[in-house]
Each structure stands twice: as C-alpha cells, then as structure tokens.
Write a protein that binds this ligand. Structure first.
Ligand code: GRF
Length: 207
C-alpha cells in the first residue's frame, strides 16, 4: 500500500526535494500529500508547490495559541490521510496532539549521530561544530522516531560518514546532506515495503 507522507520543513527543503523526487520516480512507493511550514518564506513550500503538492503555513503568526497551532497541524495531517510524518529541517517542537495522534509515526532526519550530538541547541551548523570539536573520526546521518523529548527517540536508520582532519563545517555539511538525501528516501522505501516496521502506537521503544 502506498505510504502517504506529510512533510514539515522550515527552510530550504533539500531533504523534502529528495523525498519528492524518489516518490516521482517510483523509487519508493510513497506520495507526499501535504507540506507544512512554520515559515511562509520557506523554499520548501516553493518546492512543494512546484511539485503540485498542497502546502500549509501554520505558525505563531497564523495561530498564536500553541494548542490551536498543534491541533491545526494534526488536523491538516489527518485531512490528508497522512500515514507517516517526516520532519525535514523543521525547527519547531511538535505539540502533544500531533505527537499523540502520530505516535511512532513521526520521523526526523538528523545530521549527526544520536543521542550524542542531539538535544536542545543542537541544530544547524552548531551540530557540525560539535562534531568537529569532539574529535570523532566518524559522524553520519540518522533517521529517528520523534517523541516528546528533543532528539531522543530511537534511531531506525544510520548512514556513517568519515570525519577528516581538514574537514570544516562547510565540507561536513556538503557531505552529510548528500548522505541524508539518500538515507531519508531509502528509509521511507523500507517502511513502505515493510522492511522496517514502525512500532505500534501506544508502545514505547527504547533507543
Ligand atoms: C538537514 O541537515 C537535517 O538533517 C536537519 O536540518 C537540515 C535540513 O536541510 N534536521 P534541508 O532543509 O532539508 O535542506
């Protein structure tokens, strides 16, 4: 059965594009049904519109009350019969309605190993700066299940990547994004084919 995806993105949306392209070429049996952003100027929304995918701007500007914002996001996902929610550079925390309704069905992609390089404040280039200053020789991209805690949910797919002595934040970013663009669609393809089975709603999973 075709996997119906809802993608939440705040900025560029290059991961969204990789997912859209994999759906379009039928590399994965999935469709992006709706793209939601908290940022009306996100290029992710342009990418979605260009692909003919419905978009929603749901933010503190459109819905100042956090509960109403949370319910509006959950309703938009439900209205589009979304099976799996993909966070792709989404910079806001989800509310309890979305987390509960899509428990164990919300995924995120992270640009470094988890839980080591996750948690509050670990976003964007700060993550890669932490990787560089830690001295690790291996980093990589991770797809994990999203729960109430920042970057704490179980990792369901990981793609390793060497860290070289002369790497900079920029070189790491270029390489990890290329990895992400393969890993996220591949992982969704495995879910669509039943090769990765997401835990049933109501069960808790240890990382
Ligand atoms: C990616 O590196 C992703 O891992 C992180 O945010 C970045 C989003 O990039 N969560 P893009 O918007 O998909 O280009």
């Amino acid at each position: 059965m075709t996997l119906r995806l809802g993608v939440l993105a705040s900025h560029n949306g290059s991961n969204l594009q990789a997912i859209i392209d994999s759906c379009a070429t039928k590399a994965i049996d999935a469709t992006v049904e709706v793209v939601i952003s908290n940022n009306s100027a996100a290029y992710a929304l342009t990418r979605a519109a260009d692909a003919g995918i419905p978009t929603r701007h749901i933010s503190t500007a459109t819905h100042p009350d956090p509960k109403s914002r949370d319910i509006t996001i959950a309703t938009a996902l439900r209205d589009h019969h979304v099976d799996v929610v993909c966070l792709a550079g989404y910079m806001k925390q989800l509310g309890s309605h979305v987390i509960t309704e899509y428990q164990n069905r919300i995924l995120n992609i992270h640009r470094a190993p988890l839980p080591r390089f996750g948690g509050p404040g670990m976003y964007g280039r700060a993550i890669l700066e932490a990787v560089l200053s830690s001295g690790v020789t291996e980093a990589g991209a991770a797809v994990h299940i999203v729960d109430e805690e920042y970057d704490q949910g179980p990792v369901i797919a990981f793609s390793p990547m060497p860290v070289y002595r002369d790497d900079t934040v920029e070189t790491l970013e270029t390489r990890v994004l290329a990895l992400e663009h393969r890993l996220y669609p591949e992982t969704l393809g495995k879910i669509a084919r039943g090769e990765i089975v997401l835990p049933p709603a109501g069960s808790t999973v240890s990382p």
